[in-house]
Design a binder for this molecule. Sequence first.
Ligand code: HXC
Length: 521
Amino acid sequence: MAIGRIADQKREELARKRQQSQQGGGPERIQAQHGRGKLTARERIARLLDDSTFEELDSFVLSRPNDFDSPEQTRHLGDAVVTGHGKVNGRLTFVYSQDFTVSGGSLSEVVADKICKVMDLAVGSGAPVVGLIDSGGARIQEGVDSLSGYSNIFLRNVRSSGVVPQISAILGPAAGGATYSPALTDFVAMVDGIGQMYITGPDVIKAVTGEQVSLEDLGGASVHASKSGVAHFSFDSEETCFTELRRLLAFLPQNNMEDPPRQPSPDDPGRADEELASIIPDNPSEAYDMLDVLVRVVDNGDFMQVHERFAGNVLVGFARMDGRTVGIVANQPDHLAGVMDIDASVKAARFVRFCDAFNIPLVTFIDVPGFMPGTAQEYGGIIRHGAKLIFAYAEATVPKISVLTRKAYGGAYIVMSSKNLKGDLNLAWPTGQVAVMGAEGAVNIIHRNEIKGSDEPDELRKQLVGEYADRLMNPYVAASRGLIDDVIDPSETRLKIIRALEMLENKREALPPKKHGSIPL
Ligand code: HXC
């Protein structure tokens, strides 16, 4: 026999098997997938990762036979998920992409094993995991084996939380308990028209409660991005989704032992912006758009909002200051006057905790009139939800810098990164006001009897409001007690924050030893 003949045959066999493993459920099902307006599992990975960097694992894994299989049943190489690792912006990233063309992307025991393998590798090598979800849920034929597969994934989601960033993109159905793996990850992205998440589908809902609802109205991207808050991002196409996930990963460190990456910034750290001073309206109850402030302060105006369509009264997201990643939390006077309510508290608290877990400094912009009054908020538990934000800020040991642009009233003053919650540097613009409440409300309470007994109550009220505002509605009372570290000219905001970040670069702060706190969940 010629030398190398057997080796050649083996190589051909490998090539044949490799090709077979790349075919998913076959050409017809791939066509059907495209017909649904969806990319295939492999096309998705190619768009997420840098070109030609994908290294696949477990492509020869076969699903286990089950009691329902007929003898001629096709068992697909790799089963219903493609897994492996590659690079995103040159940095190691693990990925799993569910393949709807094989058994509807359903989760068999070996699919779960494949996913768990990349999750374990990700934690072991300190790199993010991105899950691309397109699945009919637990493989019905495999019963408890597929349920235990989900449990193994959930366990890893929880144990990896705060160790490596975990991101899920919902690019098809995610039904029932299958929603909980994405829900346990740090960020959930959905694509309009194709991503759906729900615990029970429309048919079950109709049978149990009589309510009729379409799949899209029940669990589409728009619903979860704007109403439930389950989705942090919604995108109009898969292409945009992958571009934005790559942008998101570029802000994040690879793991909790690393600082976030620093990029060279063409934006001058000392850049002053005279127009910042003209953003605050003369009328204290007039709204303005806090985004106008943020984009003027951060590098190149690049602010990646998280939860953009949910609880718009607070803005959270990532930006860079002189190339350093920062997490921004900002009240938004343009939406519900920037008041803190249940959704805003939970949104901000979760973001603060993510940043703290991954060494991302927090920069907080404050203009908040207080917590939202009313029975809807009280019955909904504003007390316990608002407490989450206090907990998150008080526990966070990353650098905490704040800029008070206008109002910081009452409990909301305390919550928003105040000095007493261990804010490292608390700055205020000259338009800042720290008070228990606004002037009108305060005067109506503390001068009630005087105003009632006056012949000209309206005149007296006006005079007292003016006196109260002159005396207390400024940043200098708080600055005189060291609760505001400095009152700055608005034009210098960028420079002051960058200097503060430099000053705090080696910040060290430890909490008392404990197993974990008991955040009011
Ligand atoms: C096995 C499944 C499957 C599943 C879909 N398929 N879901 N096979 N287990 N869970 C198969 C279908 O039989 C079909 O195979 C192929 O995938 C494509 O499915 P279609 O129904 O033709 O596609 P479509 O019309 O687009 O509908 C997609 C779907 C629907 C909405 C996902 O298939 C569906 O409702 N599936 C069941 C969803 C579900 O209830 N899952 C269990 C959730 S509970 P063929 O060979 O005929 O083409 C759960 C528990 C987890 O997941 C608990 C964790 C703790």
